[in-house]
Write a protein that binds this ligand. Structure first.
Ligand code: ADP
Ligand code: S3P
Ligand code: MG
Length: 177
């Protein structure tokens, strides 16, 4: 297994914010799949959804992570919340490195995303209903994909980073990564 760390979890679970600082703490490269896709396509995620639709965005995500295999090391990869759900992506993510699921309760997620208009799947009058149904649908994929699970609700970003580093180093020692 490569020494990369891959962060997965629902929208608002902290993948982007935790990933950035975790990479800094480890002196790893930081990659955010959404930022890379926006940069490569010169288009915001919400615009890609508007113009080409969700399936097209999912193709971009899958192609992007496939191309990382054998090409990156010592990197933290923050994924988009829907990435582990598509058939086949779970295996790709696990091949890329140690997969960490940032878990968050529905209430925590709603608090963190309610003011944000950049996530097309959450632009609805029934935010609670949408988060509830998507979370139920996705939870099994997150759990199947992850090597490590962290409950983030009551932790600060730096506490989450310490927790990830502790568990990651234990795995590295055990698996000789
Ligand atoms: N553990 C945390 N404690 C407090 N705020 C957090 C925590 N994790 C994330 N946030 C905040 O929640 C929002 C969404 O975080 P973000 O990193 O964009 O999530 P994701 O990439 O998983 O969608 C941001 O405003 C971020 O600062
Ligand atoms: O959960 C999802 O389907 C999505 C999550 C977003 O990323 P974050 O999880 O970083 O918000 C982004 O990829 C897109 O809006 C779709
Ligand atoms: Mg993000």
């Amino acid at each position: 297994m490569a020494d990369n760390i891959i962060l997965i979890g629902f929208m608002g679970s902290g993948k982007t914010s935790v990933g950035k600082l975790l990479a800094k703490s480890l002196s790893f490269q930081f990659i955010d799949t959404d930022e890379e896709i926006e940069e490569k396509n010169k288009m915001k995620i919400s615009k890609i959804f508007d113009v080409y639709g969700e399936e097209y965005f999912r193709d971009l995500e899958t192609n992007y992570i496939k191309n990382l295999i054998h090409h990156i090391q010592s990197s933290v990869i923050s994924t988009g919340g829907g990435l582990p759900v598509r058939e086949g992506n779970s295996e790709i993510l696990r091949e890329l490195g140690v997969v960490v699921y940032l878990k968050a309760r529905k209430e925590t997620i709603i608090n963190r995303v309610k003011e944000d208009d950049t996530r097309p799947l959450l632009q609805t009058d029934d935010l609670e209903g949408r988060v509830n149904s998507l979370l139920t649908l996705r939870e099994p994929s997150y759990r199947e994909t992850a090597h490590i699970e962290i409950e983030t609700d009551d932790l600060s970003i730096s506490e989450i980073i310490s927790e990830i580093m502790g568990q990651y180093h234990d795995m590295v020692k055990k698996d000789n990564l």
